[in-house]
Each structure stands twice: as C-alpha cells, then as structure tokens.
Ligand binder design. Structure first.
Ligand SMILES: NC(=O)c1ccc[n+]([C@@H]2O[C@H](COP(=O)([O-])OP(=O)(O)OC[C@H]3O[C@@H](n4cnc5c(N)ncnc54)[C@H](OP(=O)(O)O)[C@@H]3O)[C@@H](O)[C@H]2O)c1
Length: 294
C-alpha cells in the first residue's frame, strides 16, 4: 500500500513512532507532534514535519492519528488551547488505550466540535507495524472507516471493522487484555515451576510456542461454545481440567511457590463441579464467572 495523502501523528512513544515511520515508508506526507519533541528527530531526518503544538499538527492534515498512553492523555491534548476549533471537518483516529466509556465520551466530544472519529485497538508490537503481522480492530462511523481504510491498511495487514459503536473497539481490546493477562501471568507461573526444578525458561518458552496451533483452535472453539450455549459435547470436561488444576495447585504448594493463580483457577473449577457442570465442556466455567459473587 502506497499513500500519497497528508497525515498527522500525535504521540511518538514506541507505538506512535512506529506508526509515523510506517506511514513515511509508505509515501504519506507525515506531520508529527510529541510532548517531548526530541523523540521526533529520526522521523524528521526521514522527512516528517515536526509541528510546534498540537493545533498546528492537526491543521496540517485532514486526518490525525492520536497514539498516546491512554484516552485521558488524548483528551488533555485535544482540549489544549486552540485545538477544539481545528477539529471541524477533520478526522481523528484514536489508537490509544481506553475503556469503552472513554471512547464513547471522547467520540461525543469530537462530534460536538463537528469532527469525525474512529477508534482502534492495535494487536501488534511496534516492530510489526506496517507489516502483515499487525492487526487493527476499528469501530465508529462506517463511512469514515471506509474513507480511512487505506491509512489503517498501511499500518496493519489485517484491518477489522468491529461496528459503528464508538466503544466497540475498546470493548474488544479490553476483552483481549483479559485473555492476555491470563497468558502473561500463567507463563510466569510456568517459569517459576521450571526455575524451581532447574529447567531453562527459554526452553519452556519454545515449548509453549508449539502450543500455538492448539491455542488458536481453542479460542475460536470457546467463543462458539459460549455464544451458542453448546457445553454438552466436550472434548475436555470440567472434571478432567479441574483435576489438572488441583494438581497444579498441589505442586505449587509442595514446591513453596506463589499460589494465587493456581488457587483461583482450582477454586473456579471446583465451584463449577459443585454446581453440577463437571461433565460439561470446560468453557462452562463462564456460568460461574457470570455470577458476581463467584
Ligand atoms: N507498545 C506496544 O507494544 C503497544 C501495543 C499495542 C498498543 N499500544 C498502545 O499504544 C499506545 C501508546 O503506547 P506506547 O508503547 O507508544 O507508549 P509510550 O512509549 O509510553 O509512549 C506514550 C506516549 O504518550 C505521550 N504522553 C504520555 N503522557 C502524556 C501527557 N501527559 N501529555 C502529552 N503526551 C503524553 C508520551 O509523550 P512523551 O514522549 O513526551 O513522554 C508518548 O508519546 C498506548 O495506548 C498502548 O496501549 C502499544
């Protein structure tokens, strides 16, 4: 994808700098602004124009990507002197972390200033931006998404339109964070177990890489099972997985390791067994999690 348009990037941290760099590489005319202007030096050498303030940056292009720490930060920048008046008729693409409420609130504010707004979540590390490995999930006005699709496709090989709700992309990104939190913490528990037994953690990482096809199939399967309430045809039951998790808890106790995650996991599965779901698919633990006092 080669771009010929003008685009502004606000925020030049690890991700914002990667975004600006990918757009330059693909031929866009890029204007940048960052609170710490020194971070723009390499991009300026490559042809980016450094604006002195956010209002000047936004005026330079019809489209501005805002990639700062979070929506609170984005809101503070967009509320700086002179900025609201620049938004009329322009499009903002928010690629900053936030809750669904954050996205809905900023969206309403931008629309009140007669601007357009898209909200996106990035599933990629900065080094993957501009490659086929990156994915962006966006939501907001479909007509605006269609107009800006080429910009998003310059950044990510997979661009997914999640719907017109301004909070939808943030909802999916937040849901993904719940999944990732389990992965990150779970990996470190696995690393603790390996360390304690004198095994190498990098070899454990390679082993887990081999689980990738199984996990890819698993997430799709769990989504379908939960969406369609099909818990009664299991390949792996709550009884089976519950025993595995009790053994995990037993081992972490015997080894003198941190036990919070194994305790939580065993507790949820034990509750599911006590509630009569033992012979069901392990995704049926959602029936326990749906109860707020679970
Ligand atoms: N890095 C990743 O792997 C990754 C992956 C997916 C999504 N993301 C998302 O991308 C967004 C940016 O992440 P990042 O990795 O680029 O973070 P980062 O390296 O910490 O950069 C943060 C950016 O926010 C700016 N900022 C923070 N507080 C500010 C304030 N009060 N006023 C003005 N600017 C402020 C920083 O400006 P200064 O340079 O002046 O500090 C910098 O441009 C986040 O929402 C993150 O969730 C990141």
């Amino acid at each position: 994808m080669t771009g010929t348009g003008k685009i502004t990037v606000i925020g030049l941290g690890a991700m914002g700098a990667a975004i600006a760099g990918a757009l330059l590489a693909k031929g866009f005319h890029v204007t940048v602004w960052n609170r710490t202007p020194e971070k723009a030096a390499l991009l300026v050498q490559r042809g980016a124009v450094l604006a002195s303030e956010p209002a000047a940056a936004i005026v330079a292009s019809p489209v501005t990507i805002v990639c700062v720490s979070d929506y609170d930060t984005a809101t503070k920048i967009l509320d700086m002197t002179g900025v609201p008046a620049t938004l009329k008729g322009r499009t903002l693409i928010l690629l900053s972390a936030g809750t669904p409420n954050d996205a809905r609130s900023l969206d309403a504010w931008v629309h009140a200033e007669e601007g357009h707004c898209l909200h996106g979540g990035i599933a990629a590390w900065p080094r993957q931006i501009g490659t086929a490995e990156a994915m962006i999930t966006a939501s907001g006005d479909k007509a605006v998404f269609d107009q800006q699709r080429s910009v998003l496709e310059a950044l990510a090989g997979t661009v997914h339109f999640a719907g017109e709700g301004p909070g939808t992309a943030a909802t999916l990104t937040t849901a993904a964070m719940a999944y990732l939190a389990g992965n990150w913490i779970g990996f470190c528990y696995g690393a603790l177990i390996c360390e304690k037994e004198g095994l190498k953690v990098d070899e454990f990482g390679q082993l887990m890489e081999g689980f990738t096809p199984m996990l890819a199939a698993e997430v799709r399967h769990m989504g379908e099972v939960i969406q369609h309430n099909r818990f009664s045809d299991p390949e792996s039951t709550i009884n089976t997985t519950g025993l595995d998790l009790r053994l995990l808890l037993q081992h972490t106790r015997e080894a003198g390791l941190h036990t919070a995650l194994p305790e939580l996991a065993a507790d949820i599965f034990n509750k599911a067994i006590a509630a009569g779901y033992g012979k069901e698919e392990h995704a049926a633990i959602i029936k326990i999690l749906r109860k707020q006092d679970s």
